[in-house]
Design a protein around this ligand. Structure first.
Ligand SMILES: Nc1ncnc2c1ncn2[C@@H]1O[C@H](COP(=O)(O)OP(=O)(O)O)[C@@H](O)[C@H]1O
Ligand SMILES: [Mg+2]
Length: 334
């Protein structure tokens, strides 16, 4: 029966993607949230903005993740002289045929790591915005579809603001997740050190990049899993909870007092990304329904980048995450 076949492939896809997570956990100390968010984003067509200092294994995480799912991966270092065509590709003159041919740029990959996105000039950021939102690019008057799955993981260094172009709100709103990567504590630091030393020993490699990782899944499984994720039930009660959380950023309901610190509240993309991400989280937990706990766990990473604080709130040291926690605390789930 076809429903048996589909439940069988559902189980297989789930097992594979759990294996991806297990393998990644072996290669990384901590970063559980980042790993889960990456997988959720890939399953739902979302993108992720990672904030953290250099050297915290952001590249390693995404590189290993791409290898495990056999995805085409590229890393772009943003610089102020980057041009949109450096991302999208461009028409090049082909000598033999005497014609111009389109040479695909790095956006024609499954997973694009854009390092230090705020060093890229606005035109490049906007080309990336089109790619993220529409999964297509325009070049010399033509639109071209990008790969599927397609995920942009952009990084931002929180301590460096000199000579950067802060992402405009419209660009920030395109991201599903805003993940903070923190410095390891002493125990984690020691584990990292042990892992790197033993890897260097076994690979007798001099570079500190992680070694080749055999794939345990592939992009067609991701595509299949995405369809299962979309079928996860979003109950009226959950929708109502999400709406109350989002509208609290606009001053509605019991948690609405928090909004006095907010200059720009969350847009409907906030509710959409929160519900879609929760579908994937539920699916990865082998459920076909969302719980309020899924929402609570995801809300800080989905919402923190979509609200802009008043100057005064920032001066008082209030963060977006503080406000979201306050909203979560004072909004009853059901
Ligand atoms: N949490 C961690 N788990 C495992 N290795 C880590 C971790 N943090 C740092 N490292 C090590 O530091 C190196 C630098 O990481 P990298 O991915 O280049 O950092 P980033 O891209 O954040 O600047 C990695 O290759 C890895 O060996
Ligand atoms: Mg890096």
């Amino acid at each position: 029966m076809s429903s048996d076949i589909s439940s069988q492939s559902n189980t297989q896809a789930l097992q594979q993607l759990r294996l991806v997570q297990t393998e990644l956990h072996k290669k990384l100390v901590g970063h559980e949230a980042l790993i889960e968010r990456l997988l959720i984003a890939l399953l739902t067509g979302g993108h992720i903005l990672i904030e953290g200092a250099p050297g915290l294994a952001k590249t390693r995480t995404i590189n290993q993740f791409s290898q495990l799912i056999d995805a085409r991966f590229v890393r772009i270092q943003a610089t102020p002289d980057l041009l949109p065509a450096d991302l999208t590709g461009t028409d090049m003159y082909h000598q033999q045929s005497g014609e111009f041919r389109f040479i695909e740029g790095p956006l024609f990959n499954n997973i694009v790591l854009m390092d230090e996105i705020n060093r890229a000039p606005p035109k490049v950021q906007s080309a990336l915005l089109e790619a993220m939102g529409e999964k297509q690019i325009s070049s010399s008057g033509k639109t071209r579809a990008l790969e599927s799955p397609f995920l942009v993981a952009a990084t931002q260094n929180p301590i460096e603001h000199e000579g950067t172009y802060p992402l405009p709100e419209a660009q920030l709103d395109r991201f599903m997740f805003f993940v903070n990567v923190e410095m390891p504590d002493a125990t984690a630091e020691l584990k990292i050190l042990d892992q790197v030393l033993s890897e260097r020993n076994s690979n007798s490699k001099t570079d500190n990049q992680a070694s080749h990782q055999a794939a345990v899944s592939n992009t067609s499984t991701i595509e299949q899993a995405s369809a299962f994720v979309s079928a996860v039930h979003v109950s009226d009660a959950i929708k109502d909870y999400i709406v109350r959380l989002i509208t609290a950023t606009r001053g509605h309901g019991v948690a609405g007092r928090v909004a006095e610190h907010i200059a720009h509240p969350a847009s409907p993309r906030g509710s959409i990304f929160l519900s879609v991400a929760a579908q994937a989280k539920a699916w990865l937990d082998d459920r076909d329904y969302i719980t309020p706990d899924d929402i609570k766990q995801l809300a800080p990473d989905v919402l923190s980048g979509r609200i802009v604080l008043h100057y005064q709130a920032r001066a008082e040291g209030i963060t977006q995450r503080d406000l979201i926690m306050r909203i979560l605390d004072s909004t009853p789930a059901l």
